[in-house]
Write a protein that binds this ligand. Structure first.
Ligand code: AKB
Length: 311
């Protein structure tokens, strides 16, 4: 079962899981209707993860064994509605942890984020174990979530698994309300109008990952042997690090007249508190996290797919 199947990650994850486990065996759920491909290829149901009784009923009724819970308010949006975002992010996780404990849906994936780190964390090659003092609502909810996941694993045997996603770059479904969203918007803008006004400064380096890599790594972690995982909080995942200017230069190799301007907004402060690059050696050693797409390959595929989509 995928919770949040209409979102940026969910809409692609459902299709990948259906290829592996069969269309009928992967339940897509969300509070919003899904993209056509998700709705047509297998079961979909409107379900609000904040309603605990409904969630538990669904898990029992459909004999769910694994849950991917992707429902969250992202970093930028969370700063606009701090208390509401905290309630939604925490309740969505606590309901799935408790429902996993009370049902047979014992295997649970929940995404953490590079947002768990804050201004006091070393920003280059950020280690797995380091200072974590995030100063955003989203980051605080992700640190708390990691702690709760580990707690439910040790206390109740819930098979909790998680990664700290970098910014995710995709063309099928756009993200909404994140600090790393510029790295998706820039492609749509470059193809549509040949220019982009970036809400982060030109030299803001952040770790990013192409969606195909993110999905492959998520499924790899979920399929990995239980006893090989040394961590039950969340694994660092490095991806590729670049600045808006480096991305713009890569885009110019395909669209030479592409122009970028910079007008940093409130998200600059969030980005400045996050790592520039990540050390994911623990994930590499434990379950073989991999990145197939570098900046060049990712840019080529994104431009090709965005062009097709806009046509
Ligand atoms: C965001 O920018 O909020 C997310 C994230 C890095 O978790 N993409």
């Amino acid at each position: 079962m995928v919770i949040g199947s209409s979102g940026q990650i969910g809409s692609e994850l459902v299709l990948a899981l259906r290829k592996i486990y069969g269309d009928e065996n992967v339940y897509a759920t969300d509070i919003k209707y899904p993209p056509k491909e998700v709705g047509r290829s297998g079961p979909f149901q409107i379900l609000d993860v904040l309603d605990f009784n409904n969630l538990l009923h669904f898990l029992v009724r459909y004999k769910i064994t694994q849950v991917y819970n992707l429902a969250a308010v992202l970093s930028g949006n969370a700063e606009k509605i701090p208390l509401q975002a905290w309630d939604i992010n925490m309740k969505a996780l606590m309901n799935t942890l408790e429902a996993a404990h009370q049902s047979d849906a014992k295997k649970l994936f929940w995404p953490s984020s590079i947002a768990v780190f804050g201004p006091t964390t070393p920003r280059e090659n950020t280690p797995q174990l380091t200072v974590m003092e995030p100063n955003t609502v989203y980051g605080i909810s992700k640190v708390a979530g990691e702690r709760w996941g580990e707690y439910y694993h040790h206390r109740y045997g819930v098979d909790f698994r998680s990664v700290r996603y970098p910014g995710l770059i995709s063309y099928k479904t756009e993200p909404g309300g994140g600090t790393t969203d510029y790295a998706v918007e820039i492609f749509f803008s470059a193809v549509k109008q040949g220019s982009y006004e970036c809400f982060l400064s030109e030299d803001t380096a952040l770790p990013m990952m192409f969606m195909d890599d993110a999905i492959a790594n998520t499924i790899r972690l979920m399929q990995y042997d239980d006893d090989k995982l040394s961590l039950r909080s969340a694994y660092n995942m490095a991806g590729i690090s670049f600045t808006p200017e480096q991305l713009a230069q890569e885009i110019r190799k395909h669209i030479p007249e592409f122009k970028i301007t910079y007008k940093p907004d409130f998200r600059q402060a969030i980005a400045d508190s996050w790592p520039k690059s990540i050390d994911d050696s623990t994930a590499r050693n434990d379950w073989g996290v991999k990145t197939e797409y570098d900046l060049e390959k990712m840019t080529t595929v994104m431009l090709e797919k965005v062009k097709e989509k806009l046509q």
